[in-house]
Design a protein around this ligand. Structure first.
Ligand SMILES: NC(=O)c1ccc[n+]([C@@H]2O[C@H](COP(=O)([O-])OP(=O)(O)OC[C@H]3O[C@@H](n4cnc5c(N)ncnc54)[C@H](O)[C@@H]3O)[C@@H](O)[C@H]2O)c1
Length: 263
């Protein structure tokens, strides 16, 4: 399998790269080829080293995906390195703490550039390669796409737009054999959320908010991403797979309708 993973310097992107490398190697009986993309060079090299230790071929490309010209460059790098592409994991994302009243224009533009536009540009550039391989795309959205999440500024809106963008790709590119899906993580302990979940008290409070009483791991998300890109999902396109320990089912208890989890 020949894969591009963005946001691969840590967290969900790193876990997805490792999981895809392993699943692909065990399925195909030969090492996977991965192009790891991120703005953070050091973390990118760490992920590549982890993959190489498992015999995968891992190449890295430092790229700030707010630059629209880099999507073609990333795709050219994959074409040159692997001769084609089977999967794109568009996972790079940012959160910014701000109310909508205080959010600057630059931060609004940045949220949409990274969380939404980069997926469109990368997917568009990948289209000929993925059509040739009948490959797939998974983008990392968020449960915030479904539920407004103050004070994360434009984050929810940018992720909601991402889900619709990928559903539209599924419709337009299904006839070309390209499957396009999103994964929506809930509370997942990664560098992005470390401030919150590394603290045992905050972690315990957050865990109690979902029915499983667990904080998710990057590996939980990676499993969903690999499933959606693998042969078991060959008839699945245009879906958003929520991986949140059931957090997004908690509206009615939060609205005061008692405790449905009592036994
Ligand atoms: N952790 C959670 O609870 C959670 C919940 C919902 C959605 N997500 C989404 O999951 C994805 C992965 O996040 P994570 O939790 O692993 O956090 P993370 O911060 O570890 O990963 C995000 C990665 O994106 C990279 N990135 C940011 N801006 C970039 C840019 N301009 N160009 C290139 N790379 C850039 C970062 O350097 C980082 O490595 C994100 O899209 C995030 O929005 C995470």
């Amino acid at each position: 399998m020949r894969v591009i993973v963005t946001g691969a310097a840590g967290g969900i992107g790193r876990a997805a790269a490792i999981r895809l490398g392993r699943d692909s190697a065990s399925r195909e009986g030969k090492p996977a080829h991965l192009l790891l993309v991120d703005v953070a060079k050091e973390g990118l090299e760490e992920t590549a080293a982890l993959l190489r230790a498992e015999h995968a071929e891992a190449k890295t490309q430092v790229a700030d995906l707010t630059d629209p010209s880099l999507a073609e460059a990333v795709m050219n790098a994959a074409r040159q390195a692997f001769g084609g592409l089977d999967a794109l994991v568009s996972n790079a994302g940012i959160i910014q703490r701000s109310s909508l009243l205080n959010l600057s224009l630059a931060d609004y533009e940045r949220a949409f550039a990274v969380n939404t536009r980069a997926t469109w540009l990368l997917a568009k550039a990948a289209h000929p390669l993925l059509a040739a391989s009948r490959g797939g795309i998974v983008a990392t959205a968020s449960i915030s796409a479904h539920h407004p999440t103050p004070p994360l500024g434009a984050y929810s809106a940018s992720k909601a737009a991402l889900i619709m963008l990928v559903r539209q790709m599924a419709l337009e590119w299904g006839p070309d054999g390209i499957r396009c899906n999103t994964v929506s993580p809930g509370s997942t302990h990664t560098p992005m959320t470390d401030v919150r979940y590394a603290d045992p008290v905050q972690r315990a409070v957050a865990a109690q908010r979902n029915p499983l009483h667990l904080i998710g791991t990057p590996e939980n998300q990676a499993a969903a991403i690999s499933f959606l890109l693998g042969p078991d999902a060959m008839y699945i396109t245009g879906v958003d797979l929520t991986v949140d320990g059931g957090l997004s089912t908690m509206l009615m208890p939060a609205s005061g309708f008692g405790d449905p989890w009592t036994r």
